[in-house]
Design a protein around this ligand. Structure first.
Ligand code: NCD
Length: 313
C-alpha cells in the first residue's frame, strides 16, 4: 500500500488496490501541479536522462501517447514498442525475456497485454517499476486514477455522488478498476447493462462487502436523472468469442441530447474512449460532456505517476 508520495518511488502500479485515500490525494495534488506546469511552461527537465519503455501488445491511442507525452514533457525519453509483430515477440520471445531486455535500457516500463495478470508477471521479473496499462479484462489502474481525478476536478467532491455506469461492465477493465477505486468513497452505484454484460461477480461482491448502495438495471432512461457521473463505455468487441453475441448487445445504448434533457444540470458524462457510437457527436458541445477534458487529464496523472515512481516528487 502506498500512502504518501515518497513511498511511490521504485514501486510498480498493477492494481487500484494499492492506493488509499491519502495516496490518491497526494497523486492528484501532483497531477494538478503538472497541469499548471504544462499550461505555463509546456515542459520541464524533471526526468531528464530517464527512459520509459512503452510496450503495447494491444491497440492504444490515448494511453500510449499520453505516457509518451508525459515522459517527454518532463524531459525524459521513450522507447515505443507498439507493433509487437515487428519485435522479437513474433520470434517467440517470452514476456519475462522481453521485460528483462527492456529494463536493461529503460528506467520504467509501461505494459498493455491481452492476458489478465500479465503486468504482474512482468513486475515479478523486472527490477524497475512496471505500470499496468491494461491487462485484458483485468484492470487499468492509471485510467481509473485519471477518471477519479476528473470527477474531483469537475465536481469538487467524491462523497455523496451517484455514479451511473453504462455499457460493457463485464469486459470493460476501466469499469472494473474505477468501481474498485470508488469503493474508497461513499458513493452510490447504478449499473446499467444488458444481462450478458453485467459486472463480474467478484467486483459486485466487493461492492456489497463495502456496504455501498447499488442497483443493476437495463434501462438508462429510468435512472439518468439520478446521475452525478454518467460513465459510458464501449462494448468490448475483441473480448467476445461469439460474434453473434456481440451483434446482439453492440447497440445497447446511445446517449444523445434528447436523453440528456432528463439529466441533472450539474453532472458530467465521462467515457474512457474510444467511442464507437455510444455518444452522439451532437453531445460534444454540451458543457456536461467531460470526456475530452478527461483524456487531457490522463497526461497530467501519468506525469505525476512517472515523477513519483522515479523518486522525483
Ligand atoms: C480503454 C481500454 O483500453 O481499456 N481505453 C483507454 O485506455 N482509454 C477503453 C476501451 O478500449 O474501450
Amino acid at each position: 500500500m502506498m500512502n504518501n508520495i515518497e513511498s511511490f518511488a521504485g514501486q510498480d502500479i498493477l492494481s487500484v488496490s494499492q492506493f488509499d485515500r491519502a495516496s490518491l490525494n497526494a497523486i492528484f495534488g501532483v497531477a494538478h501541479d503538472m497541469r499548471v506546469l504544462v499550461e505555463r511552461f509546456g515542459s520541464a527537465e524533471l526526468l531528464q536522462g530517464k527512459i520509459l519503455a512503452n510496450l503495447f501488445y494491444e491497440p492504444s491511442t490515448r494511453t500510449s501517447s499520453s505516457f509518451t507525452a508525459a515522459m517527454q514533457r518532463l524531459g525524459g525519453q521513450v522507447i515505443s514498442i507498439n507493433n509487437v509483430q515487428y519485435s522479437s515477440v513474433s520470434k517467440g520471445e517470452s514476456l519475462p525475456d522481453t521485460i528483462r531486455t527492456l529494463e536493461c535500457y529503460a528506467d520504467v516500463i509501461v505494459i498493455r497485454h491481452p492476458e489478465v495478470g500479465a503486468a504482474a508477471t512482468a513486475a515479478q521479473y523486472a527490477e524497475k517499476p512496471v505500470i499496468n496499462a491494461g491487462d485484458g479484462v483485468g484492470e487499468h489502474p492509471t485510467q481509473a486514477l485519471l477518471d477519479l481525478f476528473t470527477v474531483q476536478e469537475e465536481l469538487k467532491q467524491m462523497n455523496g455522488l451517484t455514479v451511473v455506469m453504462v455499457g460493457d461492465l463485464r469486459f470493460g477493465r476501466t469499469v472494473h478498476s474505477l468501481t474498485k477505486l470508488l469503493l474508497k468513497y461513499s458513493v452510490s452505484f447504478v449499473f446499467v447493462s444488458p444481462e450478458l454484460l453485467r459486472l463480474p461477480a467478484d467486483i459486485l461482491e466487493a461492492v456489497e462487502a463495502c456496504g455501498h448502495s447499488y442497483r443493476q438495471v437495463e434501462d438508462l432512461h429510468t435512472v439518468i436523472g439520478e446521475a452525478d457521473v454518467l460513465y459510458m463505455t464501449r462494448v468490448q468487441r475483441e473480448r467476445f468469442t461469439d460474434p453473434a453475441e456481440y451483434d446482439r448487445v453492440k447497440d445497447f445504448f446511445v446517449i444523445d441530447q434528447e436523453l440528456m434533457e432528463q439529466a441533472k444540470e450539474r453532472m458530467i458524462v465521462m467515457h474512457p474512449l474510444p467511442r464507437v457510437g455510444e455518444i452522439s457527436y451532437a453531445m460534444d458541445d454540451d458543457p456536461r460532456a467531460a470526456y475530452f477534458r478527461q483524456m487531457r487529464n490522463g497526461m497530467y496523472i501519468r506525469m505525476a505517476l512517472l515523477a513519483a515512481l522515479l523518486g522525483k516528487v
